[in-house]
Design a protein around this ligand. Structure first.
Ligand SMILES: [Zn+2]
Length: 290
């Protein structure tokens, strides 16, 4: 699908009315005209009062919103589309408080919208399996401060990072908030995110040895004086993550951490197409919902 770089005025002119949004949604969902999700029939009768399509063959009723991120939401599509624009276009992301003011909804609603959008980002990236040379690392973050290898700190949350390299730099990353860095956890995260038998490089943390069973784990000994910067790609990504969490959210509590990681990774993995993120996110909300 062709993605466009979208600025504020362009978005505004594309989606001026609720009908503009509806038409956009309809074209994405049924590019070749209506298709009944129940029987595949291509003709329907539109029930104006309820905004529903009734299949002419099996009488099944469906809406343009069904199966999209906006399903069962009472908010206008315009509010949703603007939420997507503001979320997608701000590289430091947006807080629920700010979004609630911009699109005039209450904080709880804005919070829920962001949650759904971030889940869609996480779902999309979870479909990408890492391959080639992979770095595996862990880090700790907390609400106020964050650090590496201080594993016993009580108020900190652990994150397992897997990172695919390309041309000597990080290409694609995945981050998972985990309750511990034990064998079972590491093994299950790596299995879900990395193809079997890839070359996995990690630091000397013994727990990472567990990936030997399914992957070719190579312990890399850091050059002297560089212990805290190793493995390199994962550490660069971790540094960016910590700036992202502190800058926008002033720290994050454990229960929301995975959502923020999903957004961070989604952006990081598309950092060379930053301008396309609002458009990509809109497509994600319509055709690739979890
Ligand atoms: Zn039908």
């Amino acid at each position: 699908m062709q993605m466009t770089e979208t600025g504020f005025f362009e978005w505004q002119s594309r989606f001026q009315t609720e009908d503009d949004c509806l038409r956009y949604l309809q074209n994405l969902k049924w590019p070749n005209g209506f298709i009944c999700p129940q029987c595949g029939h291509s003709h329907a009768h539109f029930i104006q009062t309820r905004h529903l399509y009734q299949c002419s063959s099996c009488q099944h009723q469906t809406s343009v919103r069904a199966g999209t991120l906006f399903h069962r939401s009472h908010l206008s599509l315009q509010k949703w589309f603007w939420a997507i624009y503001f979320t997608g276009s701000d590289k430091n992301s947006i807080s629920a408080v700010r979004l609630s003011k911009l699109i005039e909804v209450n904080w709880r609603t804005a919070r829920l919208m962001l949650k759904k959008l971030r889940q869609a980002m996480g779902h999309k990236d979870s479909l990408h399996m890492l391959k080639g040379v992979i770095e595996v690392d862990d880090t700790l973050v907390s609400g106020k401060r964050s650090g590496h290898h201080g594993r016993r700190a009580a108020d900190k949350a652990s994150i397992l990072i897997t990172c695919e390299g390309k041309e000597n730099q990080a290409d694609y990353i995945a981050m998972k908030a985990v309750t511990n860095i034990r064998h079972g956890t590491v093994s299950s995260v790596v299995k879900k995110q990395v193809f079997d038998h890839q070359k996995a490089q990690g630091d000397v943390l013994p727990t990472l040895d567990v990936i030997n069973k399914t992957h070719d784990h190579e312990v890399r000994v850091p050059p002297s004086g560089k212990v805290n910067e190793w493995p390199l790609w994962a550490h660069i990504a971790t540094g960016n993550l910590k700036a992202f969490l502190l800058g926008t959210f002033h720290g994050v509590s454990g229960k929301y951490l995975q959502e923020y990681l999903d957004e961070f990774c989604y952006r990081y993995n598309r950092r060379f197409f930053e301008q396309e993120i609002p458009d990509r996110l809109l497509n994600l909300a319509v055709i690739r919902t979890p």
